[in-house]
Design a protein around this ligand. Sequence first.
Ligand SMILES: Cc1cc2nc3c(=O)[nH]c(=O)nc-3n(C[C@H](O)[C@H](O)[C@H](O)COP(=O)(O)O)c2cc1C
Length: 175
Amino acid sequence: MDKVIIIHKSNTGFTEKYANWIAEDLNCRAVSVEKISLSEVAQYETVVFGGGIHAGAINGIRFIKNNLSLLHNKKIIVFATGATAPIPEEIERFRTANIPTNANIEFFYFQSGLNYENMRGMDKMLMGLLKTFLKLKKNKSDVEQGTQNAIQSSYDCSNRIQIEPLINFVRQSNA
Ligand SMILES: Cc1cc2nc3c(=O)[nH]c(=O)nc-3n(C[C@H](O)[C@H](O)[C@H](O)COP(=O)(O)O)c2cc1C
């Protein structure tokens, strides 16, 4: 049985970039969730799944949630990428909202950014609506003002250092 596989669901490329960095460090395969079958996943001991945060929810997390019984004998690690700064309270919020409590899943969060160039369809429309809403809103709170500033254009604050805790966790648990 092969040891580790990285599976990602990435709309604008950030999660895929992190998945490829993780795969390089762990010397294993990274693959899009659309391109792997459950029977293939069954061949691995450790499954690392990553998705971007969309309005608080991890993109594609249903792959893990819907297949918990098939994955029960594996080590499962989920990572999320998002525009939010990696503040412990926010990370805890993402964990509570997305990670099932009835499974032993380790969770990691990596800050990424926004990529309007790669954004498509509904995502682009939602960001446009949010921009307009915040622009028109009077008496904005500090958070709303900060969000308005942060979503004006593309930016990238992803960096490889952020994956270190996940890499160490996988190495320790497979030692
Ligand atoms: C429609 C939409 C909603 C988003 N909602 C959030 C959010 O609630 N919290 C957050 O931190 N980032 C949010 N983001 C930013 C994405 O999580 C971030 O760009 C992520 O890395 C995208 O991953 P991907 O490039 O792999 O698709 C949102 C982006 C879009 C397009």
